[in-house]
Design a protein around this ligand. Structure first.
Ligand code: SD4
Length: 324
């Protein structure tokens, strides 16, 4: 029996017996809805509502979750005002804009690029890696060469504003990750289409002024993003080092597989990170998740995290609960 059907049946049995087994416990927190949702749905980290609007309106027209999630995050990759994703992203400490991105499809396939320079849409290169190569991940020069061979245009991604901010930073060279960067950060997006299929994408310029060569969690399958079409999907934003060490998005999906709601799974994964990192006061980490029934959730270490959600032609910003 498929797990979803099993849950439905078990829920009925629980109601008849007047008992509520803990794994089916209802969570009435504002970030969780427990009844089966109408599909399709698009959610994204932070208040990236233009991205969810794009993905959601495509999903409404019958576009697949995979196409919608790619098109959705591309909105932020092209947004020059967003200094944490794609074109206009903040450079590393040596002035290089290096991008990380990945994508996962409902059939369990995945593609990723890391330390990619001069290409505006790393998510699309990641999709090409997934669909046209026998590999999952391409890095640096090889990823750039592959992108160019596949018709992507090389361009300068360092905007005047980002260059100015970097030069300002060079004066002190103090490396201190800012907890919530003006509420704009890495975009992780999860889409569930009319057929109930789930896809996800995650794309970023990484931590501002990182060491040259540093790669974060965002393009690592299981860390910045994970999708299992039988269960659900999860995406992360925040301090990549902490998220990677807990393989955070995979953890969230596995917790959902074991019966947690998306909200409970995000909370438990954050608690794991808190427990393993004594310095958790100093950094932010956040997860969003969606399950097969269209329930969604989000949770973070620090206050200030939210996710954008498109459903039933409505696009809203949902404020998340936090550990601190
Ligand atoms: C990284 N997780 O490169 C990304 C950046 C981010 O909030 O999401 N910052 O570590």
């Amino acid at each position: 029996m498929k797990r979803r059907n099993f849950i439905k049946k078990a829920g009925i049995t629980g109601a008849v017996l007047g008992t509520t087994p803990s794994i089916f416990a209802q969570d009435f927190s504002p970030n969780s809805n427990t009844k089966k949702s109408t599909l399709p749905i698009a959610i994204a980290t932070w208040n990236f509502h233009e991205a969810t609007k794009k993905a959601g309106s495509l999903l409404d027209k019958g576009t697949s979750a995979l196409d919608a999630v790619e098109q959705g995050v591309m909105v932020e990759e092209a947004n020059l005002k967003n200094t944490t994703v794609g074109n206009g992203g903040a450079p590393d400490r040596d002035g290089n804009v290096t991008l990380d991105a990945c994508i996962m499809s409902p059939n369990g396939n995945a593609g990723s690029v890391v330390y990619l320079k001069n290409i505006e849409h790393p998510v699309s290169v990641a999709r090409k890696v997934m669909e046209d190569t026998p590999h999952v991940m391409l890095a640096g020069e090889g990823a750039l060469q592959f992108a160019i061979q596949n018709g992507f245009k090389k361009q300068n991604l360092l905007t005047e504003d980002s260059e100015k901010a970097w030069k300002e930073w060079l004066k002190e060279k103090e490396y201190k990750p800012i907890i919530n960067i003006e509420n704009h950060d890495t975009i992780g997006m999860l889409c569930i289409d009319k057929d109930g299929d789930i896809a996800g994408a995650c794309t970023t310029s990484g931590l501002a002024y990182k060491m040259n060569g540093r790669v974060g969690d965002s393009p690592i399958i299981g860390s910045g993003l994970y999708v299992d079409n039988e269960v659900g999907g999860a995406a992360a934003t925040g301090m990549g080092e902490a998220i990677m060490k807990s393989v955070g998005s995979f953890l969230v999906v596995e917790l959902m597989r074991n019966g947690r709601s998306p909200q409970e799974a995000c909370k438990e994964a954050i608690e794991r990170i808190v427990k393993k990192n004594d310095n958790h006061n100093d950094f932010q980490a956040c997860f969003i998740a969606i399950n097969k029934d269209g329930e969604v959730g989000g949770y973070s270490i620090h206050d200030g995290f939210s996710y954008a959600k498109y459903q039933d032609s409505e696009n809203e910003n949902v404020k998340c609960k936090s550990y601190l």
